[in-house]
Design a protein around this ligand. Structure first.
Ligand SMILES: Cc1ncc(COP(=O)(O)O)c(C=O)c1O
Length: 391
């Protein structure tokens, strides 16, 4: 399976350095970057807040802006405390290490989840935790029957590793940003409890899930013992994530952050950006989801034999487009390129950046730097390319 960044960069598609500053006909090209919601750049209000942030040494717990962010986030997530860390990868690793302190600990998680596939196997190479993979269902949920089988098998067994933790991901990235139903979280929590295991939620895009479900993030986190929450995706901050949990858990998380080299000093300049991102997150993410849905419907209406999409599967800010007749990498190259023909025929120069996702699909992700107008431009560019490719 060819998924995400690694595969895309291997193919030289949509690489970060591939920026268009002009086009063949001298018309400046509009770049619509749909590779990921991590590509956002801080706008003037965020930069101003960063410049003006009151700071202190956060490793001594003395940065007032970091403290403000941690307190606001704790309330939002419905947890006793949160801890500011540099990345969501570190947040996930800290949580696994915090829950799996005994040698021989086992972690149960979905086979396609980010924590397993994209985080350098940190849980094995750094935490020494054994992972057991549970099949993902198409909507990003775990196969509960299999989860129960594995948990039950290990109960009282001297042969199987101790199941200490179950990890979930919401929204679920590899299934195209699908939202886990709250009842699924509840069921996983109940199952985990039967063997005394905890539940960690990779909530890198928890706000997207909350917006889609029209609930407060705390309602989702209620069924978890810890949560990671990314600030540098849809929220638009340049850096940062949070670990959330009980007061005792965060005390331990602080030690683990230190051990991993994630203790920061005047980190208020980063927390200030995150506070700006948090302030308008709900409205921004709602717009992102709307734009993603509009795009999916528009693409479906083109009724192309090359590209197909299931608008009903678009629950948040991601769209997975099935590709036939050419490789996803080739399609990405066509969408990125700006030709004299495009300018002559459409009067526009638009470069759409995307990642190939699997051998038969590309992924498009909406975020605060892609407007409704950009969405229309992307769709028009898609229409133009599909017309060109028609046999
Ligand atoms: C679901 C999920 N979890 C964790 C991460 C890791 O986040 P970071 O890049 O901040 O380490 C990502 C990044 O894309 C993600 O999509």
């Amino acid at each position: 399976m060819l998924r995400g960044l690694a595969g895309a960069l291997a193919l030289g598609v949509g690489a970060p350095w591939a920026r268009w500053s002009g086009s063949p006909a001298g018309v400046p090209a509009r770049v619509v970057d749909l590779r990921s919601d991590t590509v956002t750049k801080p706008g003037p209000p965020m930069r101003r807040a960063m410049a003006e942030a009151v700071v202190g040494d956060d490793d001594y717990g003395e940065d007032p802006t970091v403290r403000e962010l941690q307190e606001k986030a704790a309330e939002l997530l419905g947890v006793q405390q949160t801890l500011f860390v540099p990345t969501n990868t570190m947040a996930n690793l800290i949580c696994v290490m915090g829950h799996c302190q005994r040698r021989g600990s086992q972690l149960l998680l979905g086979q396609e989840c980010h924590l397993h596939v994209y985080e350098q196997g940190g849980v094995a190479q750094i935490a020494g935790v054994h992972s057991h993979l549970i099949p993902d269902m198409p909507r990003g949920t775990l196969d509960l029957a299999e989860l129960e089988r594995v948990i039950t098998r290990g109960l009282g067994s001297q042969y199987h590793p101790r199941c200490e933790l179950v990890c979930l991901e919401n929204t679920h990235c590899s299934s195209g940003g699908r939202v886990l139903p709250i009842d699924h979280l509840r069921q996983v929590h109940l199952l985990a409890r039967t063997c005394g295991a905890r539940v960690h939620l990779d909530g890198a895009r928890l706000m997207n899930a909350a917006v889609a479900l029209r609930v407060r993030p705390a309602r989702i986190v209620e069924h978890c013992d810890s949560v990671s929450f990314c600030l540098s995706k849809g929220l638009g901050a340049p850096v940062g994530a949070l670990v959330g949990g009980s007061k005792d858990f965060i005390e331990e998380a602080w030690r683990l952050r230190k051990a991993l080299g994630g203790g920061m000093r005047q980190a208020g300049v980063l927390a200030a950006a995150a506070l700006v991102g948090l302030a308008d997150a709900e409205a921004v993410l709602q717009k992102d989801h709307e734009n993603a849905r509009t795009f999916a419907r528009g693409l479906q209406e083109l009724a192309s034999p090359i590209c197909s999409v299931d608008p009903a599967a678009v629950e948040t800010n991601m769209v997975l487009v099935k590709v036939a007749g050419l490789s996803p990498a080739e399609l990405c190259r066509h969408l990125q390129a700006v030709s004299a023909e495009e300018v002559a025929q459409t009067g526009r120069a638009v470069s759409v950046l995307l990642f190939p996702w699997t051998e038969q699909s590309v992924r498009a992700v909406w975020h605060r730097d892609v407007s409704t107008q950009d969405t229309e431009l992307a769709l028009k560019k898609w229409e133009f390319v599909l017309r060109q490719l028609r046999p």
